[in-house]
Design a protein around this ligand. Sequence first.
Ligand code: WQD
Length: 349
Amino acid sequence: MLPLKAMGKQQYILVTGGAGYIGSHTVVELKAAGFIPVIADDFRNANRIVLNGLTELINEEPLLHEVDVCNSTDMRELFEKYPFVGVIHFAAYKAVGESVLDPLKYYHNNIQGLVNVLDLALEFSVLNVVFSSSCTVYGEPEGVKVVNEDSPKSKPNSPYGNTKAIGEQILADVFKSNPELKIMNLRYFNPVGAHPSALIGEFPIGKPNNLLPFVTQTGIGKQQELTVFGNDYPTIDGTCVRDYIHVVDLAKAHVKAINFLSSKEDGVIEAVNVGTGNGTSILEVINIFEEVAGKSLNWKFGPRRPGDVIEIYADASKANRLLEWQAEYTISDAVEHAWKWEQTIVDYE
Ligand code: WQD
């Protein structure tokens, strides 16, 4: 597979939401692979502190434009300024619980942002498009724990999940009318961890919704106690099971996706699961944390959380076959890096 950089031209890649958790780690991997990432982010869901760590990791100030992807005038200026060869679209709200409380915030931003980016990509013939999708498009898999890309999909459990399913449908429809497009829907499982350098990581805004940041914040004393939502599920130990994928492995999958699309002469549209292929329960995550941190965690059982899927993890064989990608870090590596990161940002606001 000929990597894009080997083609000689300056390979600018637009990374919307590139100052965010997954976006920032992807910027690092794009740079390491010889691309020129251009960040479009208005910091509504990102912390500017990330720029310090990014600068150190890529050995220069990142190309950054503080723009709202829903503002097509500002976004157009980017496409006029840079000869993008690809776009990776991360910019979207992503909190499942919040999306239930404020669905229009999610439909407006997540759908309008994608439509804007697609409009401009077509106008400027930026044909390589990677979309940040999610395993939530599978909804509650009927009786299966391991899902592949052709697994039956039930209605996603939240407006957030709906915006990802609708996003994939929009891309499929646009591909039908523009078959020259080359599209990759990356369906993330549960992104966790931080860069091993502890120079970049996740900055949850307010109380974390997700498990691992809540665990590490409880470990450091920012949160009093972790509540494990439900202990009577039909799983290995009664708690929910997820496929926790290290954010650096996830970032590398995006580089592989860009290279895959760019190596194609003709149009293509694919969906690919990005997960480890292993399931881990909440109690197992807690045990790993206590082992890594060398301290016990303050936690208790609580009631089930509405909308939770019982058990889901990836059949990641298509990513391996198509993208020559597989996860290299384990859940223990992710917990170790997340804990190191939590101790690093203990003094940040
Ligand atoms: C995991 C498990 C909780 C917090 C996430 C993202 C979503 C998507 C898929 C990318 C569940 C339990 C959590 C806590 C707990 N990713 N939990 N106590 O719900 O699988 O969804 O991955 O698109 O965007 O939100 O992840 O980390 O919220 O929950 O017991 O304080 O941990 O009930 O079983 P989830 P999560």
